[in-house]
Design a protein around this ligand. Structure first.
Ligand code: PLP
Length: 473
């Protein structure tokens, strides 16, 4: 007979089948609700507010009740998979990816070191995503996102430019990074964390299409070298967060090759579009980069977190990050992932991308990206049809289309557009974030969701004009 003390602890008050059935119903409801736009963003009601004030529960309560409360909390949270979520660079919570997360959590593999087939799946997913974008990666790893991928790649670049810096620090030597004025903040953060210092991030001029100028980059590198400053890396942004500009990678690769400088491509948002017919040409030269950042939780539609860092030579990451510890011996050096990543405990993020490629195939994923590109062009055309709307950039390179409402008779357009962004969020039927382009406050929609339809894009234009006109009265 089994005694009470032999039973596993932490058992729920409902059967596994009951909790799974409830969880499945919650997910199915959510997926149904993501199929179409909803009329408003609901508020956090009194009952949930009271729950949020509760003290630490010392004793457990109904698991089904707790799941129900979690579902209600999520329903009043900002869910990026909704088709009219145009803020930031969102994600879509691709359904097969959600299942991948569930399975990965269930088996709770740790990819710090070799973990059986899961390690091979991670390798395969790295090979597949590299092929998808056209980058000859010798190695790579899944990360928590673009920020960590950029820090990881730039750690390798620092060791490449300043051998031994990981041990001695950079000392009196200054090492510089070169990027466009529109590069993501994580480049500055990398400089801060890697001991280079943010003062040595050269934020360089852009051309008329907001792309980093290779000639200006070459001049900055040469001037630094002449002054005894060590160039660590050029960061080409392949899809800037603010406007979606893609820096000229081939031209920057020439500059880097001539000078022996590391080229990192931050494609966290945009590089997935390298796979497409209509935008692929923007990424010419990608195959010449030393390292690439890609966020599968952005334009490969997967749930967060699913970042990827890719390198041409595994030894570059290894040289920057590998180490020997008694508690984690090198039993399988080829899969000792703590040697090439910043993390120890590493969830099985690769599974969801592997499943997405298996279940949908590269063609369907590419077509979904292409559809978003078309919707960004549609949005730009729609803006051109109305005198009271002003696009702040030319034809979109990718899928960010900054614009503002410019009704006649409004003197302070910045204040008007800031109020409009707030009014749109209060309305809640579309979700959009404000931004500032060339000093002008604007709305900055970004289309990276496979659920978004052309009608959703038109609805954004209509609602902006309707609320904007009302505010301008
Ligand atoms: C170009 C670029 N790089 C890096 C990042 C940071 O990625 P994450 O938020 O996954 O850390 C972003 C995020 O939007 C981005 O657009």
């Amino acid at each position: 007979m089994t005694t009470a003390s032999e039973l596993p602890s932490l058992r729920l008050d409902a059967t596994r089948e009951q909790v799974l059935e409830r969880a499945t119903a919650i997910v199915a409801d959510a997926w149904r609700s993501f199929d179409t736009a909803r009329p408003e963003q609901p508020q956090i009601g009194e009952r949930l507010q009271a729950l949020l004030r509760a003290e630490l529960p010392q004793a457990g309560s109904s698991a089904l009740g707790a799941l129900e409360d979690a579902a209600q909390m999520l329903d009043v949270s900002l869910a990026q998979p909704r088709p009219r979520f145009f803020a930031f660079v969102g994600s879509s919570g691709l359904e097969i990816g959600v299942l991948g997360d569930l399975l990965a959590s269930c088996f709770d593999v740790n990819l710090a070191v070799w973990a059986g087939a899961a390690s091979e799946v991670e390798d395969q997913a790295i090979r597949w995503v590299s092929e998808f974008i056209g980058f000859p990666a010798a190695a790579g790893a899944f990360t928590s996102g673009g920020t960590i991928s950029n820090v990881t790649a730039l750690a390798a670049a620092r060791e490449h430019a300043l051998p031994g810096a990981r041990r001695t620090g950079v000392g009196d030597v200054h090492g510089a990074l070169y990027c466009s004025a529109e590069a993501h903040y994580s480049v500055v953060r990398s400089a801060e964390l890697l001991g280079l210092g943010s003062a040595w991030v050269r934020s360089l001029p852009q051309d008329d299409h907001r792309r980093l100028l290779p000639a200006a980059t070459a001049a900055a590198i040469d001037a630094d070298r002449a002054a005894g400053i060590a160039p660590v890396a050029v960061v080409a942004t392949a899809g800037t967060t603010l406007t979606g500009a893609v820096d000229p990678i081939a031209g920057l690769a020439d500059v880097c090759e001539e000078r022996g400088v590391w080229l990192h491509v931050d494609g966290a948002y945009g590089v997935a579009a390298a796979s497409t017919l209509s935008a692929g040409h923007l990424f010419t030269g990608l195959d010449r980069a030393d390292s690439v950042t890609l966020d599968a939780h952005k334009w490969l539609f997967l749930p967060k977190a699913c970042g990827v860092v890719l390198v041409r030579r595994r030894e570059d990451l290894h040289g920057a990050l590998a180490h020997e510890e008694d508690y984690i011996p090198h039993e399988r050096p080829d899969h000792h992932m703590v040697d090439i990543t910043l993390e120890y405990s590493r969830p099985f993020r690769a599974l969801k991308l592997w499943l997405a490629f298996r279940a949908h195939g590269a063609d369907a994923i590419r077509a979904a990206i292409e559809r978003n590109l078309g919707q960004a062009r549609l949005l730009h055309r729609e803006l051109g049809r109305h005198d009271d709307l002003e696009p702040l950039c030319g034809e979109p390179m990718l899928s960010v289309v900054p614009f503002r409402h410019v009704p006649s008779g409004v003197a302070d357009l910045d204040a008007h557009n800031a109020r409009l962004a707030q009014a749109l969020q209060e309305d809640g039927s579309v979700w959009i974030s404000p931004a500032r382009v060339d000093g002008k406050v604007c709305l900055r929609p970004c289309v990276v969701n496979y659920r978004t339809t052309d009608d959703d894009v038109r609805a954004l234009v209509e609602l902006t004009r309707e609320l904007g006109t009302r505010l301008a009265r």
